[in-house]
Design a protein around this ligand. Structure first.
Ligand code: ISC
Length: 397
């Protein structure tokens, strides 16, 4: 039996200031939450409901669990019931504009894994696999990722990095989640994702699959052109449709109705994406958000389709373990209301090192050079927030 203290905060900026390594922070367009201290933990989404039922809280919604699950559903996650939970209105309402970005001190050693040319060769290999499997229950889409390892002159200041990410894009899902440490050093997943895996509020479920991307440009005409091209691109619309179909099929057993509008454009400071906002009315309004997240994860936005074949191709092709990249980060209360975010545009931080990751969906007509450019733009979310790359004159929002 445990008890969780809850308190409102005036502004999400206060929660950012209060964040310390080991805490859990998530800022979403619906509001921000900070968890501090630990009274209970679980390793799997499926166990969170029972865990929360064993405690009480100051809040009428009961205790809250916050945390992360990895890409590989067979590996343990870290889901924490914090001793204290503080909530605040969304970051975008709290006026972070009075602050400045505080670059993290360098110099930084960079190690791409694999080398960019090797990633491009991997895209070619995956295209061959896709061609071979076409029409034969083989994979139809595979998300291939690459990694960039950075080592700085001292322990990475995760709080500062989190503040910079929030400042750069207050509309993103900005998060820091404590991870199971490999050695004695604390480990944190920190990032600013544009993608909602699933949210559940009362009797409704929401998902916002993204897939199909184009790098933004500093030239406004070129930027508008890239966005319009993306919206028209048959290749990107196919890549996107595969994800929307999988998301609606995974939600359908839980929903009485599902609204699936046409894709539209969504933007981050570095990329355009095709985006579909799916809304469902739940058959059972008490279906908990972790159950929905477990049913959806991993979507073809991060893995591919069919899931098993895509997962096998990823394991064969990517020369690193994804860990918590392309997993999910989120929270739920004891009533099951909560939000789970696709953990992309993030870094796995331990001591003086960061593992950055970026991937892209590969279909039959993907171009290896375009995939390199796209993953470079995705890596820039973290590189800009670190101050490793100077802020450019390009679009910021
Ligand atoms: C896998 C990532 O992005 C996914 C989300 C949006 C667009 C994507 C794409 O166009 O390929 C990816 O599916 C990543 O950022 O590492």
């Amino acid at each position: 039996m445990f008890h969780q203290h809850s308190a409102p905060a005036a502004a999400a900026g206060d929660l950012l200031d209060a964040y310390r390594p080991g805490d859990a922070f998530l800022a979403a367009p619906s509001g921000a939450i900070l968890g501090q201290g630990t009274v209970a933990t679980a390793q799997r989404l499926e166990d969170v409901g029972d865990l929360l039922a064993r405690g009480t809280a100051d809040s009428p919604a009961g205790p809250v669990a916050i945390g992360a699950i990895p890409f590989d559903t067979a590996s343990p996650g870290r889901l924490v019931v914090p001793a204290t939970v503080r909530t605040a209105p969304p970051l975008a309402e709290c006026g972070l504009s009075g602050r400045v970005q505080r670059p993290l001190p360098g110099p930084w050693d960079r190690l791409p894994v694999p080398e960019p040319a090797e990633h491009a060769a991997g895209v070619e290999r995956v295209r061959t696999l896709l061609a071979r499997g076409a029409g034969d229950h083989g994979p139809a889409k595979i998300v291939l990722a690459r990694s960039l390892r950075l080592r700085g002159p001292g322990p990475v200041d995760v709080g500062r990095l989190l503040g910079n990410l929030a400042w750069r894009d207050p509309g993103a899902y900005t998060f820091a989640a404590d991870l199971p440490a490999a050695a004695s050093a604390p480990r944190t997943l920190v990032g600013a994702s544009p993608e909602l895996l699933v949210a559940k509020r009362g009797g409704r479920a929401f998902s916002n699959p993204l897939a199909g991307s184009a790098p933004r440009s500093a030239d406004p005409d070129q930027d508008r052109f890239s966005a319009a091209e993306l919206l028209r691109s048959a290749k990107d619309r196919h890549e996107h449709a595969v994800v929307v179909e999988a998301v609606t099929e995974a939600l359908r057993p839980y929903c009485r109705t599902l609204e699936v509008p046409e894709p539209e454009l969504a933007r981050t400071p570095t990329l355009w994406h095709l985006s579909t906002s799916v809304t469902g009315e739940l058959r059972d309004p008490e279906t908990p958000s972790p159950v929905l997240a477990a049913a959806l994860h991993p979507t073809p936005a991060v893995c591919g389709t069919p899931t098993g074949a895509a997962r096998a191709a990823i394991a064969e092709t990517e020369p690193f373990d994804r860990g918590f990249y392309t997993g999910a980060v989120g929270y739920t209360d004891a009533r099951g209301d909560g939000e789970w975010i696709v953990s992309i545009r993030c870094a796995d931080v331990a001591g003086d090192t960061l593992g950055l990751f970026a991937g892209g969906g590969i279909v039959g007509d993907s171009d290896p050079d375009a995939e390199l450019a796209e993953t470079s733009a995705k890596l820039r979310t973290l590189l800009l927030a670190l101050g490793v790359e100077p802020p450019d004159a390009g679009p910021q929002h």
